[in-house]
Design a protein around this ligand. Structure first.
Ligand SMILES: [Zn+2]
Length: 245
């Protein structure tokens, strides 16, 4: 049986001279690994090879029982995200976001809201003017990703004692094992943690400040999130080094 779904490509790997294995985020079907046979031929049902951020309507056959890969039979590409490649920094933000979506979702687990949020993020970052705006969009997207995958961190106050975050907390930490901010009274109980500056803690606990935060603070906020994703995924996100230069 063939399934039709809106999809966006998260990852591609060359499989043979003419074929690709692709990871798609589908709106209704969730994440899907699929083989696109002949995708690299001049004439194919995919309108050219698939790339990260190829977007459009996918038609696919579910994997055979016991098999891992679906078979992509058509991909009607819409040129929606070609502008992403016009800003290297924006592109790096988008590639990190795609890597995190891939790392935090499971195959066939449907997340239509996450699909919509991801598509909106890509369109916003494509229009973003400058690094600060791209970074603020990335931070908001990463927090939405955590929320949509059911692991929203506690950022309004201490994840351990629930004391609301208010300056003047002299010290503030983020701990992945606590899944949130940690106050100075609780920090000793959490060996795995990273220390934040007060403006970074403040920006994380009240996201309204993201829009006006200076680029240096946004950079540090993103560093905390990358720290958290590294702990969650048990590896360094590949794109992290391009953003944290
Ligand atoms: Zn506490």
């Amino acid at each position: 049986m063939l399934t039709k779904d809106q999809a966006i490509c998260l990852r591609t790997v060359d499989y043979s001279e003419t074929s690709q294995v692709v990871t798609l985020l589908c709106r209704r079907a969730g994440k899907l690994g699929a083989i696109a046979k002949g995708a690299k031929r001049a004439k194919s049902a995919f309108e050219g090879p698939l790339e990260v951020f190829s977007y459009g309507q996918a038609v696919f056959k579910a994997p055979p029982s016991g098999g891992k890969l679906a078979t992509l039979t058509e991909f009607g590409q819409q040129p929606r995200f070609r502008g992403l490649r016009s800003s290297l920094y924006g592109l790096h933000c988008a590639l990190l976001a795609a890597e995190l979506v891939d790392g935090l979702t499971h195959e066939a687990d449907a997340h239509p809201e996450l699909f919509d949020i991801f598509v909106q993020f890509l369109s916003d970052v494509q229009e973003a003017r400058g690094r600060a705006e791209s970074l603020a969009l990335l931070v908001l997207f990463e927090l939405s990703l955590l929320q949509e995958t059911g692991i929203q961190p506690m950022l309004k106050g201490c994840a351990n004692c629930r004391r609301p975050f208010k300056p003047p907390w002299r010290q503030v930490y983020f701990s992945s094992s606590a899944n949130g901010l940690i106050c100075e009274d609780c920090e000793q109980a959490f060996p795995e943690k990273t220390r934040l500056s007060c403006p970074v803690g403040q920006t994380l606990s009240d996201l309204k400040g993201l829009v006006t935060a200076p680029e240096a603070v946004l950079n540090d906020v993103e560093k905390v999130l990358i720290y958290h994703f590294r702990e969650l995924m048990h590896r360094e996100p590949r794109m992290a080094k391009h953003l944290m230069k």
